[in-house]
Write a protein that binds this ligand. Structure first.
Ligand code: 5GP
Length: 172
């Protein structure tokens, strides 16, 4: 694997988290906000974003997996870890690292809608808009990107490189 180009530096990621955090803080005033992070990729993003949201929120996690060590979507989305508590009548914000085909979020959204949240929105660090196979609108987007494979800041290739402090486009 060769790093082709740095897409987001640590400073750029920090600015994105700050501005998303400010917007979310203002939009969710008085809400019972629950962040639902999709592991494993959301890990650094949800931690940094949550620190920039000035509200008494809760953090929950799900594991929804569609990639099996490849650089393309297999299309099979499995839920391997579910929430630890009810989201009924609560304001739920799904926190995703990257949206590509939209298949993962389509499955997760359907599952969560069935649990009757008061509201359900999506924040993603990266949005590969051209990759969509299923319509999926994100309410808060850190950065729209081209259709390339990226690693770092939570995003993996064969379960490695999640620890890079930046996001890079790679050649496999
Ligand atoms: P979707 O279901 O929208 O096709 O894909 C969403 C999931 O695919 C993301 O949560 C992420 O795990 C993975 N994914 C999509 N694009 C990339 C990418 O460029 N790099 C990495 N490492 N994972 C990706």
């Amino acid at each position: 694997m060769i790093i082709d180009k740095i897409l987001l530096t640590e400073n750029e990621i920090n600015s994105i988290c700050t501005s998303l955090g400010e917007k979310i803080t203002s939009d969710y005033q008085g809400s019972d906000l629950v962040l639902v992070g999709l592991l494993k990729g959301c890990n650094p993003f949800i931690s940094d974003l949550a620190k920039k949201i000035d509200l008494p929120l809760e953090i929950e996690y799900m594991v929804a997996s569609s990639y099996k060590g490849n650089t393309f979507s297999s299309g099979n989305v499995e839920i391997r870890l579910d929430l630890s508590k009810s989201i009924e009548n609560r304001d739920v914000l799904i926190v995703e690292d990257i949206v590509d085909t939209g298949k993962t979020l389509d499955v997760v959204k359907k599952i969560l809608i069935n649990r009757n949240p008061k509201s359900l929105k999506i924040v993603t660090l990266l949005d590969k808009v051209e990759g969509r196979l299923i319509p999926c609108e994100c309410d808060y987007v850190g950065r729209k990107i081209e259709k390339a494979f990226v690693v770092g800041y939570g995003l993996d290739y064969n379960d490695k490189y999640r620890n890079l402090p930046y996001v890079a486009i790679v050649k496999i």
